[in-house]
Design a protein around this ligand. Structure first.
Ligand SMILES: [Zn+2]
Ligand SMILES: [Zn+2]
Length: 94
């Protein structure tokens, strides 16, 4: 694959690149360091839940890649509430 060509074609079509998985991982870890509990569980009065915590994009990264690494765009949820939120909103993806 020609790397140079790939990059030049890409930048012509879209202005903002999707963040790399490494960048997203850092973003996600940062958010989870601050919020140790799922925000929805907390709202229900559950202070500690056993589910894994995930970092949800308030503005979906596929729609708004330019905001994908913003701190304000992070919401820490447990897997249960994360799935629930996506099923309610009709989105399968983050
Ligand atoms: Zn939860
Ligand atoms: Zn999500």
């Amino acid at each position: 694959m020609c790397r140079t060509l790939g990059i030049s074609l890409k930048s012509e079509r879209i202005q903002i690149d999707m963040p790399t998985s490494r960048e997203l991982e850092i973003w996600s870890n940062e958010a989870r360091r601050k919020a140790l509990v799922c925000e929805h569980c907390l709202a229900e009065g559950i202070e500690k839940c056993d589910e894994n915590l995930v970092t949800h994009h308030i503005l979906y990264k596929y729609k708004y890649p330019q905001y994908a690494l913003k701190k304000w765009n992070a919401m820490v949820l447990c897997e249960k509430h994360h799935k629930l939120l996506h099923s309610q909103e009709g989105y399968r993806k983050d």
